[in-house]
Design a protein around this ligand. Structure first.
Ligand code: UDP
Ligand code: MG
Length: 148
């Protein structure tokens, strides 16, 4: 089964949106495999966003991500990487439909409150980076209620 890395960014944590974001993934039927509140180092964030290091917004992105603690999660489920991105909305919140997390709670790209892995490969890399001690594995009776 596929897993993805979802992170509530510092503005989302400070605005008290952690529960709201967790609730949406729980309600959809996805399974929580890891959860942590932490204050990452600059080096850790530069690693997480290494693909974007040449972008003009990279320094402001890192400063934004250093502005407070983040809440990182690993979620498991069928097609969870792509579905998770759909649930977050577009990178630019103003282009995000109502009903998505960014479309309901954010306005600007540099304050878009959440992160989601963009592919199965980056999800594997990101889960390994943020949860170096591993993630949970367990069965739930919800499985037969959520999947055919
Ligand atoms: N970002 C920004 N300006 C831009 C594009 C992106 O500040 O023009 C920030 C924004 O917070 C975004 C993050 O950089 O979420 C990572 O960019 P990416 O293109 O990976 O978007 P995402 O995958 O988060 O939707
Ligand atoms: Mg991205």
């Amino acid at each position: 089964m596929e897993s993805t890395y979802i992170m509530v960014k510092p503005d989302g944590v400070k605005r008290g949106l952690v529960g709201e974001i967790i609730k949406r993934f729980e309600n959809r039927g996805f399974k929580l495999l890891a959860l942590q509140l932490m204050t990452p180092s600059r080096k850790h964030l530069e690693e997480h966003y290494s693909d974007l290091s040449s972008k003009p917004f990279f320094p402001s992105l890192i400063d934004y991500m250093l502005s407070g603690p983040v809440v990182g999660m690993a979620w498991e489920g069928k097609n969870v990487v792509k579905t998770g991105r759909m649930m977050l909305g577009e990178t630019n919140p103003l282009a995000s439909l109502p009903g998505t997390i960014r479309g309901d709670f954010a306005i600007e790209v540099g304050r878009n409150i959440c992160h989601g892995s963009d592919s199965v490969e980056s999800a594997q890399k990101e889960i390994a980076l943020w949860f170096p001690n591993g993630i949970a594995s367990y069965e739930t009776p919800l499985k037969s209620l959520v999947y055919e």
